[in-house]
Design a protein around this ligand. Structure first.
Ligand SMILES: [Zn+2]
Length: 275
């Protein structure tokens, strides 16, 4: 079976003998799409991050030959997302354990290289999973799509935050049927310190900035909602399908190149040694 002969790029849509044959003879890179079930304002679905990761992973797999593992859809969340209606957060420990078990299970079928493709800020659990699996000998890369691009500002007017120009543009490209732009409106969040100290997701860091996960510097979202917030950080009215297409295409090209380089360096059946 070649990469173009398989009937699906999804692990769970193929019979086990076909999955095993593909991983043994064609490509043993597996992508795990990681998103979240989280409120995304009045205009985008609660599964936006999961749908973004799933849609991007499918396109990467079609282009590169990698296999996509079924997405758990739920994600882990920082302290300020908890207790918000429309958001179903996993604890970091739960999410880390989930990722570890999925990678271990898929490796039994013959996959030797893993890419965690996140469309939701959850480095706090993905990085822990990467290193725990590395100790066991697994080769795992963790990408958050916006940080992997780091050139969003060439495409977007504003730095990326949440349910905003960036995420809504991707949603308009991947699943326009779930987006209601008539309800899109700008929103904001109140930081506990000046935002200049934080690196916005997907932009080049400046000297003297902290990654946006490195502190409790955001006001809890449930307090902002009680004060009339709409669950948006940024301005989704600036979103367009065209911006989404550029972002997704660029991401698909970058990750596909990564998959192809890994497969050239470590041919099917071989695993980069991590332990
Ligand atoms: Zn999101």
């Amino acid at each position: 079976m070649s990469k173009n002969e398989r009937s699906s790029v999804w692990f769970h849509e193929l019979a086990a003998p076909d999955v095993i044959d593909y991983a043994k003879n064609v490509c043993d890179v597996a992508i795990l799409p990681l998103g979240a079930i989280e409120q995304h304002g009045p205009h985008c679905p609660c599964a936006s991050d999961a749908l973004n990761a799933i849609g991007m992973s499918e396109l990467i797999a079609k282009k590169s030959g990698a296999m996509v593992l079924p997405s758990p859809m739920y994600g882990s969340h920082p302290y300020h997302h908890w207790g918000v209606q429309g958001t179903i957060p996993l604890r970091f420990e739960t999410h880390t354990a989930l990722i570890e078990d999925i990678v271990r299970g898929a490796s039994v079928a013959g996959f030797n290289k893993f890419i965690l493709l996140s469309a939701h800020g959850q480095v706090s659990s993905t990085i822990v999973a990467v290193h725990k699996l590395g100790i066991e000998g697994q080769f795992v890369l963790s990408l958050h799509w916006y940080d992997f691009l780091r050139d969003n500002q060439e495409i977007l007017d504003d730095p990326m935050w949440h349910a905003d120009e960036a995420e809504t543009s991707v949603a308009l490209y991947l699943y326009p049927q779930f987006v209601d732009m008539s309800k899109a409106e700008a929103g904001h969040s109140t930081g506990l310190i000046d935002p200049k100290w934080k690196i916005a997701p997907g932009v080049m860091p400046k000297p003297g900035q902290m990654y946006h996960f490195e502190g409790t510097f955001a006001k809890p979202e449930k307090l902002e909602m009680l004060e009339g917030g709409n669950g948006v950080v940024g301005d989704p009215t600036k979103a367009t399908l065209e911006k989404g297409e550029i972002i997704v295409t660029r991401l698909v090209d970058h990750v596909s190149l990564l998959v192809e380089e890994i497969m050239d360096q470590y041919p099917v059946g071989t695993r980069p040694q991590t332990a």
